[in-house]
Design a protein around this ligand. Structure first.
Ligand code: ADP
Ligand code: MG
Length: 245
């Protein structure tokens, strides 16, 4: 496992033929932790959606090396998740085992043990029978991380996983994320908090509709690049305040 697992080749993404992300080229190495940073509307979520296979490129391509689509786990922003669905924590986490159980199959003993272990690992032991709608944001994010643990994904995509999440949960989940990296999993996370990025993510892709910088975090997030990202994003918007992140 030395070559990149995911490569972007002159990738352009958009909606109804309107480009939102232009001509991005680069790659994610196995076991790397990469933050995707950039102002609001920079195309961060769009890129993650495309990596998850939910949005087809307008041009260019995404190359997967040694991973299949189903080896990719994708956690959209919490706000986008329907929490009214009547499902228990156990059900939600067990969804991570669908690969071995089959979509409607019964879950085996070994898988159930993995599900219970994952629930313990994320600190939700005792919450198995709770319905998802009764959980706090932090607890729901813990449960979703447990589902990823069960899924055993090689590539993990997270869209603002710590937005509106308490500090205690954030540091617990950051520890899990570090572990994923040390296990050789590739983690790509959209994050707003540059301090957290500098502390926990060795690699950063700074996006402003185009790639502003992609590489070692200290260099990618230097003052010059951040200013450039803001300028580039403002150029795309009439309302500059939108990009003043
Ligand atoms: P970010 O996550 O960096 O804030 P997004 O990827 O959500 O940025 O959005 C990038 C651009 O694509 C924005 O101009 C946004 O309005 C547009 N966009 C995002 N989602 C859609 C969609 N479903 N349909 C049309 N345009 C969209
Ligand atoms: Mg977004």
């Amino acid at each position: 496992m030395v070559g990149p697992v995911v490569s972007l080749d002159n990738l352009t993404l958009g909606y109804r033929r309107h480009p939102a992300v232009h001509h991005v080229t680069g790659s994610f190495a196995p076991g790397s932790l990469t933050a995707i940073a950039g102002p609001n509307g920079a195309g961060k979520s769009t890129l993650l959606k495309a990596l998850a296979g939910e949005l087809k490129p307008l041009s260019g391509r995404i190359r997967l090396d040694g991973v299949r689509r189903r080896d990719i786990a994708y956690l959209p922003q919490l706000a986008a998740i329907d929490r009214t669905f009547p499902m228990t924590v156990l059900d939600l986490v067990a969804l991570g085992a669908w690969r071995s159980a089959g979509l409607f199959g019964a879950i085996g003993k070994a898988d159930m043990a993995r599900v219970l272990r994952a629930i313990e690992t994320v600190g939700l032991g005792g919450f198995e029978a709770r319905t998802v709608g009764t959980l706090s944001g932090g607890q729901l994010q813990r449960a979703l991380f447990a589902r990823v643990l069960v899924q055993d994904a090689k590539v993990i995509l997270l869209d603002e996983p710590f937005a509106a999440i308490d500090q205690h949960t954030t540091s617990d989940l950051l520890a899990i994320l570090q572990r994923w990296g040390s296990e050789g999993r590739t983690v790509i996370a959209v994050l707003h908090d540059h301090e957290a990025v500098r502390a926990h993510f060795p690699q950063t892709l700074l996006l402003a509709r185009e790639c502003v910088a992609w590489g070692a975090t200290a260099e990618a997030l230097n003052a010059e690049h951040l200013l450039e990202a803001r300028r580039m994003c403002e150029a795309f918007h009439d309302d500059a305040a939108v990009c003043a992140a």
